[in-house]
Structures are given as C-alpha cells and as structure tokens.
Design a binder for this molecule. Structure first.
Ligand code: CUA
Length: 159
C-alpha cells in the first residue's frame, strides 16, 4: 500500500502524541499513587451492622483536626443523614453500600463516587463554601432511586 510521505509523517506524529498522553497518565498515576476511589479495601456487605466502622456510620474528628465521614448507602437512603462537616477542612469520605451500587454526589462540588457493596470508596475533599448541599444518588438503584437524596451541611469555622 502506498502512503504519501506527508500523510505518513502526520500518522507518526498523531501516534507519538497518543503515546505521550498515555505515558503522562501512567507516570502521574504511578508517582502520585493515584487510584480510583474504590477497590482498594473490601468489607463484607452482609455484616455491616457488626462492622467496627460501618456498623455505626458517623462523622469523626481526629486529634489532628481532620474529619472522616463514614457513610453507608442502602435502598433508598444514606446513613448518616444529615451529615454535618466544617468548611475549609479536609474531609475524608468512606463509603460503602449494604445492597446494590449507589452513587454519592455532593451536588455542585467535585465530591462524587460510587458506593459499591463489598468495597470501600474513599476520597478527600475540602468544602470552601458553607451552606446546605444536596447529596444525590446518581446510579440507578431501584424504583425509588429518584427519591434517594441526603443533606450535607457545611458549617463555617472561626479561626
Ligand atoms: Cu441509590 Cu440510586
């Protein structure tokens, strides 16, 4: 097959660019230990009620001031609800589900992850703006999916 030199050059350039872009993704993921929020830690979805952490999902403040929010999603609500956290503070969410896959999206922010039975999804966000936020389930989980909402209240902190 005959390919024009000019076309051949552009094909190699395009191929090279794809290789560079993929390389950047792999390198930054490896260097920053970046992983998807879930699938690093497992939990038995059938034994959540007796689990030391997920048995009583709540907001915990560590000695260093960081905040961990444990959330269990189940048809068709989030526990705890409402969730109250301080503004301008790193908040680590740890989510799981007791039944099917749910979504956990703090509407209007970049806090958004899946709650997957059997796995812990973890991510950390800092809310700059205090106020009330809607937590929406954004994965279809059953007939009442559209009613599955929670509330997040971000309280201003005085420092
Ligand atoms: Cu839970 Cu949709």
């Amino acid at each position: 097959m005959y390919v024009e030199t000019y076309e051949r050059v552009w094909m190699w350039l395009a191929g090279g660019l794809i290789a560079v872009f993929l390389g950047v993704i792999v390198a930054t993921a490896a260097n920053g230990a970046i992983a998807p929020p879930s699938h690093l830690e497992t939990v038995d979805p059938a034994a959540l009620s007796t689990h030391p952490e997920f048995g009583s999902p709540t907001v915990r403040t560590n000695a260093d001031g960081s905040v961990v929010v444990t959330v269990v999603a189940s048809m068709f609500s989030f526990t705890p609800d409402p969730i109250e956290v301080p503004a301008d503070t790193p908040i680590t969410f740890r989510l799981t589900s007791s039944d099917v896959i749910h979504g956990f999206e703090v509407v209007g922010t970049n806090a958004n992850a899946m709650a997957i039975p059997g796995y812990v999804s973890q991510f950390t966000v800092t809310f700059k703006t205090s106020g009330d936020y809607v937590i929406a389930c954004n994965e279809y989980c059953g007939v009442m999916h559209h009613m599955m909402v929670g509330k997040l209240t971000v309280k201003p902190v005085s420092r």
